[in-house]
Write a protein that binds this ligand. Sequence first.
Ligand code: BDR
Ligand code: CA
Length: 320
Amino acid sequence: MPGRVILDTDTGVDDALAILLAMRSPELRIEAITGVCGNTPLEHCMRNIHITLDVLDAAPPPEVARGEDRPLVRELAFAGDIHGNDGLGDVTRLEDAKGARVYPDPVQRVSPVHAVDLILERIERYPDELILVAVGPLTNVARAIMRDADRMRRLREIIIMGGAFETGGNVSPVAEFNIHADPHAAQIVCDAGIPLVFVPLDATRQAFLDAKTIDRYAGKGGARAAFVRDCTARYVAFHRRNRGVNGCFLHDPLAVAVAVREDLVTTVPARVDVEIAGDLTTGMTVADLRSQRWGEPNARVCTALDVQAFTRLFEERVLA
Ligand code: BDR
Ligand code: CA
């Protein structure tokens, strides 16, 4: 039976690719997609979730719920330079030869239930079964813990795309975006006693999608591959400029892939905490991956990836 999953996302470009991979993975049953602010304002996230689902034309589509529109404590800070003004590589401005918008405003089917309530309700329905895959700032997750920590401990696990342990950060020398955007929420999650799997930059920087591969599949004319080409164009340009690579990292799809096949990654147990006080180090994830001396482990941290197997999985399910 497919594993029941809620995908919590601040739908930017790689989040959209994560939605595609999740929805195209028969091992997973996507119970709901919940939006949270992060890469882009919440309203954009909600629109981008629907644009992505419309590309798939999935019947029936999963429940979609609106979550938190600001971090617990920190000021809002978006990532428009990476994900575009619309959060989706500016595909919403893209026009065809006749001047019609290629990705017009979608009809939104947003649940009347708030994301936090929906998460808690689904755990009650499927105790010890549900996996939460969180690929944005952890604000919704922390709010759910603040509301009912006992219920949240009945999650099977939370797979978190976030953190940077033995590699540098991407918003500061030491901090990764999702954790940095709401470090207080991340520390609440670390302290909650829920089984956690961190999929940090250490692993996701090994999950690389080559621009030539995107073009090769898009050239075949399929709607999914064309969408991947359209929404990643700006994201790839950012990577070219800032990282000197011709392609992009698949941060959020890797977190979904771990829910599909955990054997794709190597994990080590560790006690993970988040710096919430430092001026220079806010949002840094702190753990000693060499040993367990730094407290009782509260998480497993992905350190290495079977690059070939992951790439094959992503290409077959999302691009082909
Ligand atoms: C994470 O930050 C966001 O910009 C991406 O969507 C991903 O979830 C990578 O640091
Ligand atoms: Ca994300």
